[in-house]
Design a protein around this ligand. Structure first.
Ligand SMILES: Nc1nc2c(ncn2[C@@H]2O[C@H](COP(=O)(O)OP(=O)(O)OP(=O)(O)O)[C@@H](O)[C@H]2O)c(=O)[nH]1
Length: 413
């Protein structure tokens, strides 16, 4: 009965005497070596394996027999009948008589070739994956819904300034400053709440206080029996962000005077106009034009005309508040939008500007000094203004009234 059971298991089971000769083998051994019982009982491994291997097997057997201990080994055997190398996990135990003398050994060998191959494949793939994850230009991490890091790539470790092992298993609040951890956690929570991928812009500060910008994609990832998790990919876009801001600034800036340009002014002023209408707020507008500027160009040349424009712009700057918008609208024309400012107050500002400009003495690498005057139109938002154009045109009309009245003056409409 027992023999039948042993013959029906796939594992090789055998016993040997103290000389290493087989005293029992089950069917799995016979099948593997392609022999019958008579061809194996009483013979040692030299009959079935090459010299080196049989000597190695004998050495293991002798250790069990001489030291009366259990030996566990992984044995790599070349199986002649299969013409291939197989890996076995072998457990060998000493056998004793009733006087406790070792009389042989018993072995159980399980073929773990497939398992070993699988382990090797997993190991190779893991190495490949780590090589990719550690060399890709992104911060990659895995966090559960209790804020514990399950994985970080080496770039994250570099950023946090501590080895990977010090991060995995820790909560974000333990490895990051609290405010940074809370900032990141906001979008993490969105992933857990919605169960959907989120792409967001995030910021943090480096050790010098520079703001770093990231584009982060966070995806939900659930493994059976584990807490809900997310995998995050964050790319540092700080340089791009600075460039983008620079482009944005350039697009809104007049290249000569560095004031806002017409496009920015109109966009902003239109928005302010609608906001003021909606909330019944006061809003004033000042239009400024240099008098007889053509004469300056004609007398001194265009490049010097440019320098005059720059000086006029510089002289305008101290006359406006932080919340006012000063822009160069065209050639020698400037505008100022003054939120929360009455017509009377705007007129005071305009008079100050007119005076400052007429007192401005512009010197440069040319003969003599240049002085300019400006004409100014001032208006304030009205209930009947249907659109921004009504408001803007009225300031222009006031300006031309100032021009027509002899220039170097302020006219309110
Ligand atoms: N140097 C320089 N000149 C400019 C620029 N843009 C416009 N202009 C000149 O500004 C002058 C504007 O002339 P006009 O529109 O006749 O006005 P004005 O001579 O200032 O006379 P009034 O406005 O009537 O007082 C023209 O000569 C333009 O060529 C610029 O960027 N640089």
């Amino acid at each position: 009965m027992l023999a039948e059971v042993l013959n029906n298991v796939g594992t090789c089971i055998f016993t040997k005497d103290i000389n290493g000769c087989y005293t029992y083998v089950n069917q799995a051994v016979l099948d593997l070596l392609n022999v019958n019982l008579a061809e194996i009982i009483g013979f040692d491994d030299s009959q079935f394996f090459d010299l080196a291997l049989s000597q190695q097997l004998k050495k293991n057997d002798q250790k069990v027999i001489k030291e009366a201990i259990t030996v566990e080994n992984e044995e790599t055997n070349f199986i002649k009948v299969l013409q291939e190398t197989r890996i076995y996990k072998t457990v060998k135990k000493p056998l004793f008589d009733d006087k406790n003398n070792v009389i042989g050994m018993c072995g159980v060998s399980t073929d773990i070739t497939a398992e070993k191959k699988l382990q090797q494949i997993v190991k190779t793939q893991k190495k490949l994956l780590h090589t990719i994850l550690d060399n890709v230009d992104a911060y990659i991490y895995m966090k559960d819904n209790e804020r514990t890091f399950k994985y970080v790539n080496s770039k994250v470790a570099e950023l946090f300034g501590t080895p990977v092992e010090n991060i995995i298993g820790k909560k974000d609040t333990e490895v990051l400053p609290l405010d940074v951890a809370e900032h990141f956690n906001k979008s993490d929570q969105q992933v857990f709440d919605t169960g959907e991928k989120q792409t967001i812009e995030e910021t943090s500060e480096d050790e010098h206080g520079n703001v770093l910008h990231y584009i982060s994609t966070k995806i939900p990832y659930q493994q059976q029996g584990e807490l809900p998790t997310l995998i995050g990919f964050s790319t540092d876009v700080s340089e791009l962000y600075v460039l983008k801001e620079e482009f944005k600034k350039q697009a809104n800036t007049d290249s000569l005077t560095k004031l806002y340009n017409r496009r920015y002014f109109i966009d902003h002023a239109e928005r302010e106009f609608h906001r003021a209408k909606r909330h019944l707020r006061i809003l004033s507008l000042i239009a400024i034009d240099i008098d007889h500027f053509k004469d300056i160009n004609d007398s001194y040349g265009h490049p010097i005309g440019d320098q005059v424009l720059m000086s006029v712009a510089q002289c305008l700057l101290p006359c406006v508040r932080q919340e006012d918008i000063l822009a160069r609208i065209g050639g020698e024309e400037f505008s100022i939008l003054l939120p929360e400012t009455t017509l009377q107050s705007a007129k005071v500002v305009a008079e100050r500007i007119r005076l400052n400009q007429s007192n401005l003495i512009i010197k440069g690498e040319w003969q003599g000094e240049i002085q300019v005057t400006v004409s100014i139109g001032v208006t304030c938002i009205r209930f009947e203004d249907d659109n921004f154009n009504d408001f803007f045109t009225r300031a222009d009309k006031a300006l031309y009234q100032a021009k027509n009245s002899g220039r170097d003056q302020v006219f309110c409409w």
